[in-house]
Design a protein around this ligand. Structure first.
Ligand code: IPE
Ligand code: IPE
Ligand code: MG
Length: 231
């Protein structure tokens, strides 16, 4: 990568295009998800090596339950492997976190998520955040429910305090959102947190996403002029 690059503190990655990758190879969609998990491993490692503070991987949206049951089941099974992979690369360096509503997930998966998060909680390197059953709107609705449940007064509600009720509490806002697969939309990912994010859309399908694609996206980010509404 070029010198003098401005690194984003928080990168969000929409891991999209697994199904199309498999279709092109005349394989079942599940094969794309398996290959996607491998890309996840390489990409998380590369982010940590670059010195990124936090990266959030969009793995399953609140809308992805609409898919055929066999595909959803296969993806849920893969998450267990994703977590093993995540734990493997985490070592004593990376902290694994999870965002999204764990409620509809199986007991086994929930236990595993809790374990992995607890096992890596003391790590002070990069935060590797997995968005599983995550929806930006759902994140905001759950935050609003917390306000009602805790009886928080209107005078105490502001952008800062509201942010701390979201799943990403304590994390910096996402600076760069990368979406491979050619689609140019957010698909309900981090909609609050991305208020001033830079977007990089790429034609590569997620299973083919290389370290050099990440470098390219970061270089593009670094070349943008972020104004945050100022001049
Ligand atoms: C992303 O790949 C994985 C999930 C949404 C779980 P897709 O499965 O959406 O792949 P395409 O978009 O159909 O190619
Ligand atoms: C977004 O991809 C969700 C994840 C990658 C987890 P989708 O494939 O679900 O998004 P749409 O349906 O194309 O908007
Ligand atoms: Mg897709």
């Amino acid at each position: 990568m070029e010198k003098d690059i401005i690194l984003p503190r928080h990168i969000g990655i929409i891991m999209d295009g697994n199904g199309r990758w498999a279709k092109r190879k005349h394989l079942p969609r599940t094969a794309g998800h398996i290959q996607g998990a491998k890309t996840f491993k390489k990409c998380a490692r590369h982010c940590a090596d670059l010195g990124i503070e936090c990266v959030t991987f969009y793995a399953f949206s609140t809308e992805n339950w609409k898919r055929p049951k066999e595909e959803v089941d296969a993806i849920m099974k893969l998450f267990s492997e994703y977590l093993d992979i995540a734990l493997d690369i985490a070592g004593d360096e990376i902290a694994i976190r999870v965002i999204g509503d764990p409620e509809p997930l199986s007991d086994n998966l929930r236990k595993k998520l809790d374990n992995v998060v607890a096992q890596t909680a003391k790590n002070t390197g990069m935060i590797c955040n997995m968005a599983i059953n995550y929806g930006g709107r759902d994140d905001i609705v759950r935050a609003a429910k917390k306000i009602a449940e805790k009886g928080i007064q209107t005078g105490d509600i502001n952008e800062e305090s509201f942010s701390q009720l979201l799943d990403t509490a304590g994390l910096p806002d996402v600076d760069l959102i990368i979406r491979p697969s050619g689609e140019q939309r957010l698909s309900n990912f981090l909609i609050w947190q991305a208020a001033y994010a830079e977007y990089v859309f790429m034609d590569v399908l997620w299973p083919d996403f290389k370290d050099s694609d990440l470098d390219r996206a970061i270089e593009e980010y670094s070349s943008r002029n972020r104004r945050f509404g100022g001049v």
